[in-house]
Design a binder for this molecule. Structure first.
Ligand SMILES: NC(=O)c1ccc[n+]([C@@H]2O[C@H](COP(=O)([O-])OP(=O)(O)OC[C@H]3O[C@@H](n4cnc5c(N)ncnc54)[C@H](OP(=O)(O)O)[C@@H]3O)[C@@H](O)[C@H]2O)c1
Length: 193
């Protein structure tokens, strides 16, 4: 049986729409632009949080997200799985899987106790959200400082918030000379029906 897993994502809220006909309530967060994260290098405290949460576990990512990592190197102290149909399977420090399901199986092949984190990007988040074993989202909500610092996006994290409930929500973080945007960390759990 496949284990439950967590999505971890940082995004800036773009829109929140309710559709009375379909009953859906889609929340859209911008997450990337030109294969990078718009606040890359500008929120080290969120990177620290990401590192602390995922260290010791398994991180599953899409090929484009892998290629956007600094130096295209695997994340240290985590089992790195990349989903791709084009990447060679002999890159040191990563395991390549050709489907989302294979990645989930591979995640706990050696050790069934490892926590599994889906770390992006848009294509992989979409697949994760459709999977019944996705039961948690750790979402960093990033706030642009002012109108001039609005972000550009070409990739998004869209989820139906009526299926999720917020378990914890941090206070807005303090802006300083290294962390130039404020953010909040929300932990959401899937509402079981
Ligand atoms: N803000 C955040 O928290 C966050 C986190 C991660 C990423 N991002 C951003 O998200 C953007 C990248 O997202 P993306 O959607 O363009 O790319 P992606 O999801 O990272 O990777 C897409 C690639 O994954 C592979 N793939 C996806 N589904 C597959 C499947 N079912 N079977 C086999 N392979 C599959 C394909 O690789 P092949 O073409 O090799 O087959 C596909 O081209 C970047 O801008 C990145 O910076 C943001």
């Amino acid at each position: 049986m496949t284990k439950q897993f967590t999505i971890i994502v940082a995004g800036s809220l773009v829109s929140k729409d309710s559709d009375l006909n379909s009953g859906s309530s889609i929340t859209k967060y911008g997450i990337g632009y030109k294969n990078t994260i718009p606040w890359m290098g500008k929120l080290p405290n969120d990177m620290k949080h990401f590192r602390e949460v995922t260290t010791g576990g398994v991180v599953i990512m899409g090929r484009k997200t892998y290629q956007s990592l600094p130096g295209c190197k695997p994340l240290p102290n985590r089992k790195n799985i990349v989903i791709s149909t084009t990447l060679a399977n002999n890159i040191k420090g990563i395991t390549v899987c050709t489907s989302f399901e294979d990645a989930l199986k591979e995640a706990t092949n050696d050790d069934d106790n490892l926590k599994i984190f889906i770390i992006g990007g848009q294509q992989i988040y979409n697949e994760a959200l459709q999977n019944p074993n996705c039961n948690k989202i750790i979402l960093t909500q990033v706030y642009p400082t002012n109108l001039e610092s609005q972000f550009n996006f070409d990739t998004w994290f869209n989820f139906d918030y009526k299926n999720w409930k917020t378990i914890t929500q941090s206070h807005p973080s303090i802006i300083d000379n290294k962390n130039i945007f404020s953010f909040e960390i929300h932990v959401l759990e899937k509402i079981q029906v």
